[in-house]
Design a protein around this ligand. Structure first.
Ligand code: XIL
Length: 394
């Protein structure tokens, strides 16, 4: 009796391990011992670190949703922010960082702890002004340093960014290029950048901030020269350069119901209907204490319903200084609510804070009189906000 039960269990195990998974069946993920191949007409697609699923294949012209070739590191254990994010089924809890910060040993000690951070984004060193300051002259030393930092500590990388109206060298913005010339400039920039990091980066934010707050297209050199086609050009160049990396479009003020979010939803629908590659939408989430949008979760669901994933890519929650106990307590609640929204949406793959410490936040120099936006204070001590993050993931 016992023997036949064992044989039966073995037979089930062997058939699970060898048969191809059916459409909608599981085909991978941490702890999965069954088949990792899918029946014909379906493609094994990573949903999160714990679950890959056989989804119906799409025509190759759609070019959507590749499995990233950058590997997902083992999940750390314990009760710190990234360990809890992984236990909640997300790919990472991460942070932005910058090259000048890497000489601060106390800062780097926390940054390097993968139980806190499983992912890094370079705050500046992969932007156009840093990577192609003169036409055709590429420098990747800054970005490479961040990639090395991440790899040394089992952290995944998100690239940032390929086309943006800000931090754009004047040779691009004031070059007076024809549409044919600018097309080839975008293609060369995105392709060289993304190829340089091929296989190292899980996701490229190809383009940030295409819209004005009223949902109209932002007037910049790309839009003014090429109309909306610059989006297609950049996305296609990025996909061709590293088919294994996901490509995102990021923006701010798309975290709440309104004209700007509607424009982004329409853009994603349009790109998908025309087979232009896009895998995700990055919600930046530069918020103000007490003003976290209540529609954050439902907006994320509206994006994922279109067949893209979402990520919170630049979270910080600023306050008018000086900080008070009440403001810091509200900030704790706010961080908790943001993380909870991502946790609740299965297509939200992770959360990145826009640097983990007030010591290096971009906020005070950008928003006059405001600051204290990060979960660690300027002395690298955890604030109540950090407890909000861990409480939400747990
Ligand atoms: C910021 C950096 O953090 C600063 O160091 C830099 O001076 C300006 O840019 N949205 C984005 C980020 O997409 O790239 C910006 O980063 C913050 C706003």
């Amino acid at each position: 009796m016992k023997l036949s039960a064992t044989i039966l269990a073995l037979a089930i195990y062997v058939s699970l391990a060898t048969a191809q998974s059916q459409e909608w069946g599981q085909c991978g993920g941490i702890g999965w011992a069954g088949s990792t191949t899918c029946v014909s007409g379906t493609v094994c697609t990573v949903i999160n670190a714990y679950y890959s699923q056989c989804l119906p294949a799409r025509p190759s012209s759609e070019c959507t949703g590749p499995t990233s070739t950058a590997s997902i590191p083992p999940a750390p254990t314990g009760s710190n922010s990234n360990a809890l994010a992984r236990a909640a089924g997300k790919l990472y809890f991460g942070t932005a960082t910058d090259n000048s910060e890497l000489s601060d040993a106390a800062y780097v000690a926390i940054l390097s702890d993968d139980s806190y951070f499983g992912q890094l984004t370079p705050a500046n060193s992969m932007k156009w002004d840093a990577t192609e300051p003169e036409q055709g002259v590429f420098t990747f030393s800054g970005g490479d340093q961040i990639v090395s930092q991440a790899k040394a500590h089992s952290q995944i990388m998100r690239g940032h960014n390929c086309v943006w109206y800000n931090q754009l060298p004047s040779w691009v913005s004031n070059g007076g290029f024809t549409s044919a010339q600018l097309t080839s400039i975008i293609q060369n920039h995105c392709s060289t950048l993304v190829s340089h990091y091929k296989g190292e980066i899980i996701t490229h934010a190809f383009e940030t901030e295409p819209f004005n707050d009223d949902g109209t297209w932002r007037s910049d050199v790309f839009y003014n020269t090429l109309g909306t086609s610059y989006v297609d050009i950049a996305l296609q160049a990025a996909r061709a350069a590293d088919p294994g990396a996901k490509i995102y479009i990021n923006d701010y003020n798309i975290e709440m119901t309104g004209a700007k979010a509607t424009s982004m939803l329409n853009l994603i629908k349009d790109l998908k209907s025309r087979g232009i590659p896009v895998d995700g939408v990055g919600l930046q989430c530069h918020f103000i204490v007490g003003e976290v949008p209540t529609s954050l979760q439902s907006i994320m669901q509206q994006f994922t319903a279109l067949g893209v994933e979402v990520a919170i890519t630049e979270l910080d929650i600023r306050m008018t200084l000086p900080a008070s106990t009440a403001l810091l307590a509200q900030q704790e609640t706010d961080y908790k609510n943001v993380i909870s929204a991502c946790k609740a949406v299965s297509g939200c793959v992770g959360v990145t804070v826009w640097d983990y410490t007030d010591k290096y936040s971009w906020v005070p120099s950008t928003f006059s009189g405001q600051g204290e936006a990060c979960p660690w204070d300027a002395n690298l001590q955890k604030k109540p906000a950090y407890s909000g993050i861990t409480a939400a993931w747990a």
